[in-house]
Write a protein that binds this ligand. Structure first.
Ligand SMILES: *Cc1c(COP(=O)(O)O)cnc(C)c1O
Length: 420
């Protein structure tokens, strides 16, 4: 095979994503906001439509055929998610609306019942608001104290500082796997090993990891891991909480209602087995089935292939960003082959407001994010009111990165012309 015949991963998959043909301000869409949400392939859109056209019925309730089909598809998708993250049992996968809801379930069902005044919760300064606010609420209710791991010189997680915070007071460590702002990939297995030595439990926020690389909950050895479907080619409204079986068993239910019970009396109830104990009410059936389709889609491509291709894109992105003077890029740097960080870049360009930047790029059809990316404390620490962020996925191309860079250059030139 000659070099020219070899197609990149993006070239092979782009036709699976109808929205990539969209035009914005009469320019071809260049979608670089994948850390906020990913686009959806036809296989996922078809799964939604197929369910409503052929199988729509409530799950776990009816003896009729459609209900059995809906239940099979819904529970079948759980098997796919369990295999995708290498859970030891399908009972360890609880469907949630998103990662935020998954963290809140742990905070309320576990935190409220296991934390006392003076106990310590270790978070990091780079956490998403979803992994900060629930713990602030639980700390206020229990008197637990929150400590934050600082950044090292490279603007990654300071592992030595993390170790120095651990003590017998530490009851919980909750850490992001891949930072949605800094792009660093945190050593989650080593974090679990150190935390377990002092008897603490560990939650991993894997929102930016599960869509982009092979994630193995048993190898990580975390107690809980959370992710959102919508960042991994699935619809909004579906995510999951992984928890070790004995840990989930030890937690009381958080939401009460239908689906989560075994027997209900007027004054008390007994609860369903895992994972249903945590799934009250009619769930997002179509969305869960479509999450299963997204897992199939990603698995068919291969997470290793996706990760390797994203490293190529990362190398190209950082090489091209380096051409632009006075650009402040946050977080750890990739090596020359794009390894060691996520395929995203958060940056500021001098005095130029990130929002003005993304607005002008939008006029060129280029979608990037501006703001605090739900990491306000981190931006405060970095002395930046906000940043612009370009975040990639496996359907993005080198050419799209080039278009982004050219548009970024001319935008910066335009503004510096205005300021002179
Ligand atoms: C997106 C994201 C979340 C929150 O996900 P939701 O789908 O909004 O619940 C949490 N943490 C990280 C790192 C994220 O990127």
């Amino acid at each position: 095979m000659t070099f020219l015949q070899e197609k990149t991963l993006a070239a092979q998959v782009r036709s699976d994503f109808p929205i990539l043909n969209e035009r914005v301000h009469d320019k071809p869409l260049v979608y670089l906001d994948n850390a906020a949400t990913s686009q959806k392939p036809i296989a996922v859109l078809d799964a939604l439509r197929h369910y409503y056209e052929h199988d729509n019925a409530n799950v776990h309730r009816g003896a009729h055929t459609l209900s059995a089909r809906a239940t099979d598809a819904y529970e079948g998708a759980r098997d796919k998610v369990a295999a995708f993250v290498n859970a030891a049992s399908r009972q360890e996968i609880v469907y949630t609306r998103n990662a935020s809801e998954a963290i809140n379930i742990v905070a309320y069902a576990w935190g409220l019942n296991n934390l006392q005044a003076g106990d310590e919760i270790i978070l990091t300064v780079m956490e998403h608001h979803s992994n900060l606010v629930p713990w602030q609420l639980i700390a206020a209710r229990t008197g637990a104290v929150i400590k934050h791991v600082q950044l090292n010189e490279e603007e990654g997680l300071d592992f030595e500082h993390f170790k120095s915070l651990l003590s017998e007071k530490t009851k919980l460590v909750s850490v992001v796997y891949v930072s949605n702002t800094l792009g660093c990939i945190n050593p989650v297995h080593e974090i679990c090993t150190e935390a377990h030595k002092v008897g603490a439990r560990v939650l991993i926020d894997a929102c930016q990891a599960v869509p982009h690389m092979q994630v193995d909950v048993q190898a990580i050895d975390c107690d809980w891991l959370v992710a959102s479907g919508h960042k991994m080619c699935a619809p909004t409204g579906i995510g999951f909480l992984y928890g070790k079986l004995d840990v989930l068993r030890s937690m009381p239910p958080f939401f009460g209602g239908g689906e989560m019970i075994a027997d209900v009396y007027l004054d008390h109830s007994t609860y369903a087995d895992l994972p249903h104990k945590f799934e009250a009410g009619t769930p997002a059936i179509a969305e869960a089935i479509a999450l299963g389709a997204a897992v199939d889609y990603l698995t068919n491509i291969g997470m290793d292939k996706i990760h390797a291709y994203e490293e190529e894109l990362t190398a190209h992105l950082f090489q091209r960003l380096a051409e632009i003077p006075n650009l402040r890029i946050y977080g750890t740097k990739p090596d020359a082959r794009g390894r060691g960080r996520a395929a995203l870049a958060s940056f500021t360009a001098g005095e130029l407001h990130p929002h003005d930047l993304s607005t002008l790029l939008d006029h060129e059809g280029i979608a990037i994010r501006s703001g605090h990316h739900c990491t306000q404390p981190l931006h405060r620490l970095l002395n930046a009111p906000g940043s612009a962020r370009a975040s990639l996925y496996f359907y993005n191309t080198h050419e799209e990165i080039d278009q982004f860079i050219e548009a970024l250059k001319s935008t910066i030139e335009f503004f510096s012309g205005m300021m002179n």
